[in-house]
Design a protein around this ligand. Sequence first.
Ligand code: NAG
Ligand code: NAG
Ligand code: NAG
Ligand code: NAG
Length: 298
Amino acid sequence: MIRLIFFTCIVFALALSIDVPLYQSLPPTPHLPNGGRQGRYITSDGSRLWYRMYPGQPNRPLITFLHGGYTNSNYWGLQITALRGHFPILAIDSRGHGRSVDNTSNPITYSIMADDVVSILDHLGHNRTHIVGWSDGGIIGLDIAMRYPLYLHGLFCFGCSYSYENVNVTIMSSPTFLKCMPRVQEEYSHLNPQPQNWKEFKDKMESLWSKLPSWNEKDLKDIPDKNEGKEIWVVDGAEEEAINLSTPKEMSEWIDGSKLVILPGVSHFAFMQSPAAFTRVLKQYLFAKESSIDSLRS
Ligand SMILES: *[C@@H]1O[C@H](CO)[C@@H](O)[C@H](O)[C@H]1NC(C)=O
Ligand SMILES: *[C@@H]1O[C@H](CO)[C@@H](O)[C@H](O)[C@H]1NC(C)=O
Ligand SMILES: *[C@@H]1O[C@H](CO)[C@@H](O)[C@H](O)[C@H]1NC(C)=O
Ligand SMILES: *[C@@H]1O[C@H](CO)[C@@H](O)[C@H](O)[C@H]1NC(C)=O
């Protein structure tokens, strides 16, 4: 009898784990498609930044994909796979992250990472890009929108925030983040050329998140936009667990001319949880100003 109850409990537990809602799931980390050309850009402080460039149709604008904190470009693999060949695509591992090594004497800040992106664009001869940024990647995009507006066609800011105070206090007990933390550490150990830097890297990121970003309403209202017709979309999952649920709406109200899109049933990891729906919205963003492009619509 006891045995039967025990067995029933196991079956019940299994059923529960299979039944987790989409927004609490963390699907496997995607892979970047093969091809393209990878390189390492050495910054003035000796950091070695990894990037991969995929060619696209020459008349189409460059799309730069920026990943979230602790992670790497692979997380954008499904969207890059869907868009490659059509648009030129640049994927960058931020300093200290993924395959990129930073100068360990220097801190990691959003403005330093934004400078890195602009240096790589200059190095590759691109003077303008769309930025598709997730979380920290979106924050880097906001920094570029503020300090280097001429480099931007537009910004697709997914799961981003304007202040370290926007972080939801329950983030570290959410089912997705509990699964994500060991995963990112494991990925770092085989992607990063200096895996022994993990502890130092983690300390730097915690220090970053304890005080940055620290923008306010005025900073977002001051984002130069109009004259350049920049497209800025603030996008998030309705079940966002990392950022205060009120943050995306605040941001889109403050950023002049921006559009707010909330994706139902998904969280901070929407592009992995519901990749097709996410990519559809991303295409709508890309085509918002490109009415002549029809082949990818659907
Ligand atoms: C790292 O940065 C420090 C200054 O912050 C600089 O003195 C040092 O030369 C840099 N290291 C490399 C390898 O460039
Ligand atoms: C940007 O690059 C395009 C082509 O790559 C060129 O036509 C344009 O003049 C450049 N703009 C600036 C400001 O350098
Ligand atoms: C975030 O939400 C918490 C309540 O959970 C609130 O105390 C805090 O003021 C919010 N912060 C921001 C900047 O939205
Ligand atoms: C924080 O996240 C939890 C779980 O997703 C949610 O229930 C709560 O409303 C969020 N808090 C804020 C202030 O957005």
